[in-house]
Ligand binder design. Structure first.
Ligand code: CP
Ligand code: NVA
Length: 307
């Protein structure tokens, strides 16, 4: 079977654990490595990743490209508008054609169903680089970052506040796999999708829903925020108004456990979902989090390609 990385929930806990362990090990090995050299053994020598973007990206694009280079391989990037995909060629035909050229494909898509259809038609591994429904690569980097800063995931209390969006969904999927609990504080209308809550419930995950940020953050080891207006959202004004009470401020952080950490996948909007004092303050891990996209994805790519 082809090892797609479309979401966290279909993978076994042990596989996910092994990916994170490899990510930590590769980051450590790289720290003592001469700059400008590919990794020892060039594990993906001669391999090429195709990347298709239907929406903007800074971190995902550069981290996947650098991941392939450090592993001894290469990547080809296109926006869907550069491709015949943008003129109506089907997802399935595109998947079949790219499978004849490259060793793996990463896609950032508007519609999660398109990534699933692509994977079904492809004969090479497909990686979800963010959809309207989830962002699994981000959560692997986030969990790696928390471990690096001394947090034991099993039994840890994570709190998500704001919009119950795609990034939140991947945290919901990860909670039962890594054994942390997730408290989610959102207004009712921006609560997480039922489907994602059902996935976590089936896996015996502990997800607690609240209607205020204060309740969700109380006693948490980690506070997590994301933009109030995701790519593709068309109701920006209404969102900013309804979500304003869910902003992460220094006062909100006071309610968390002592020494609680702050995560945000970036890009951030200071003064909207988070205050500058928090994201640029001592609790914030956001730039380690961004860096770890590289290390976590190197491990994901090796898992996908069995290398
Ligand atoms: N966090 C994240 O996925 O960033 P980009 O949109 O810049 O890729
Ligand atoms: N929720 C955000 C994450 C961006 C990395 C979005 O989908 O736009």
């Amino acid at each position: 079977t082809i090892r797609h990385f479309l979401d966290i929930w279909p993978l076994e806990s042990a596989e996910l654990r092994a990916i994170l362990d490899q990510a930590h090990a590769m980051k450590k090995a790289r720290a003592g490595w001469p700059k400008g050299k590919i990794d020892a053994g060039a594990p993906l020598d001669g391999h090429t990743l195709a990347m298709i973007f239907e929406k903007s990206s800074t971190r995902t694009r550069f981290s996947f490209d650098m991941a392939m280079r450090q592993l001894g391989g290469s990547s080809i990037t296109a926006t869907s508008n550069d491709m015949q995909l943008g003129r109506g060629e089907t997802v399935e035909d595109t998947a079949k054609v790219l499978s004849r050229f490259v060793d793996a494909v990463m896609i950032r898509a508007n519609d999660h169903a398109d990534v699933e259809a692509f994977a079904d038609a492809a004969s090479v591994p497909v990686i979800n680089g963010l959809t309207d429904r989830s962002h699994p690569c981000q959560i692997m980097a986030d969990l790696m970052t928390l471990e690096e800063h001394g947090l034991t995931l099993r039994g840890a209390r994570l709190a998500w506040v704001g919009d119950g969006n795609n990034v939140c969904a991947s945290f919901i999927h990860a909670a039962p796999k890594f054994g942390f609990s997730l408290a989610v504080g959102t207004p009712k209308r921006f609560a997480p999708d039922e489907d994602d809550l059902e996935i976590a419930a089936e896996l015996q995950g502990r997800i607690d829903l609240y209607e205020t940020a204060e309740e969700a953050v109380a006693g948490a080891d980690v506070v997590i925020a994301d933009t109030f207006v995701s790519m593709g959202d068309v109701d920006a004004e209404r969102r900013l108004e309804i979500l304003d009470p869910y902003a992460v401020t220094e006062e909100l952080m006071e309610l968390a456990a002592g020494g609680a950490k702050f995560l945000h996948c970036l890009p951030a909007h200071r003064g909207e979902e988070v205050d500058a004092e928090v994201i640029d303050g001592p609790a914030s891990l956001v730039f380690d989090e961004a860096e770890n996209r590289l290390h976590a994805q190197k491990a994901i790519l090796r898992w996908c390609l069995g290398k």
